[in-house]
Write a protein that binds this ligand. Structure first.
Ligand SMILES: NC(=O)c1ccc[n+]([C@@H]2O[C@H](COP(=O)([O-])OP(=O)(O)OC[C@H]3O[C@@H](n4cnc5c(N)ncnc54)[C@H](OP(=O)(O)O)[C@@H]3O)[C@@H](O)[C@H]2O)c1
Length: 259
């Protein structure tokens, strides 16, 4: 059995939109079965119907709010109840909110941590052991180029993505030799509904397409690299940012997201 193709089941969080939706189309096109997760049940059901009709695959819809304190645990309990074995996990659900910590509502910080950090970590922790036991699997955690340097006015978002990047790179080594591949995917500005929440100020440079991001991820997964940045320009900036003097890196990042 190959991962992300016929005979395997991939769970995608944030499948209702943007990059997650593009992953769903790509994996379905390769004959892989899917479990689609996000909050908007109707959007997921419509997508599932389209993918079943077009590709003759199994698609299960499990609506879930991953910001709920037990959202990720409830989702895994539902998988168990339905006897669904997950061969690959794409932890893609996430959000970024532009605004200063001191003036933003507290829920802005807690939601970003709940979805981007807690939900992703719990799903990884609960689904990885089964993959290791079966000797095969794949986990793609969607980080961001924002994870390579602190971003003022998006402090919680950039910190949450630095977490995803560090967590996933460390995990990459922990699972060595188990048959499970782990990848941190770092998109830069990508043309999705992300900016409806983050605001256009968060859009750095030209936006790439979700399909380009998915291409980059699938190529990197085949190479077995711990992390990948989508897009040549984004890769250069992400390499450079941690090597700059601290104050310069922070002020350049601030300039890039200033309204
Ligand atoms: N677009 C960019 O420029 C960019 C750049 C770097 C990284 N990223 C990362 O890429 C990932 C995908 O984002 P996108 O650009 O594709 O944005 P998007 O189009 O806004 O998609 C976000 C997805 O996350 C889901 N989601 C949000 N909150 C959720 C919650 N509480 N529970 C469950 N699902 C939730 C949304 O579904 P529902 O609304 O239906 O719940 C949606 O499917 C995110 O992790 C984001 O941080 C994006």
């Amino acid at each position: 059995m190959r991962i992300l193709t016929a005979g395997s089941t991939t769970l995608i969080t944030g499948a209702s939109s943007g990059i997650g939706r593009s992953f769903a189309h790509r994996i379905a096109g390769a004959g892989g079965d899917l479990v689609l997760v996000a909050r908007r049940a109707e959007v997921l059901e419509d997508l599932a119907a389209e993918l079943r009709a077009r590709h003759h695959i199994e698609v299960t819809v499990l609506p879930q709010d991953l910001n709920r304190p037990d959202g990720a645990e409830t989702l895994v309990a539902e998988l168990d109840a339905q006897g669904l074995r997950i061969d690959a996990l794409i932890n893609n659900a996430g959000l970024g909110i532009h605004g200063d910590l001191a003036t933003a509502p507290l829920s802005s910080a807690t939601t970003q941590i709940g979805v981007n950090v807690r939900g992703l970590t719990v799903l990884t922790a609960l689904l990885l052991p089964g993959m290791i036991e079966r000797g095969r699997g794949a986990i793609i955690n969607v980080a961001s180029t924002a994870g390579f340097q602190p971003v003022p006015h998006m402090a919680v978002y950039s910190a949450s993505k630095a977490y995803v990047l560090t967590f996933t790179r460390a995990l990459w080594r922990e699972v060595r030799g188990t048959g499970v591949d782990v990848l941190a995917l770092c998109p830069g500005a990508t043309d999705t509904a992300f900016f409806d929440t983050a605001g256009d100020a968060a859009a750095v440079g030209n936006r790439r397409t979700p399909d380009q991001v998915v291409d980059t991820a699938l190529r990197a997964l085949r190479r077995g690299t711990p992390s990948v940045v989508d897009g040549g320009g984004n890769a250069v900036v992400s390499w450079l940012a941690p090597r700059l003097p601290e104050r310069l890196a922070i002020s350049l990042a601030e300039r890039s997201v200033r309204p």
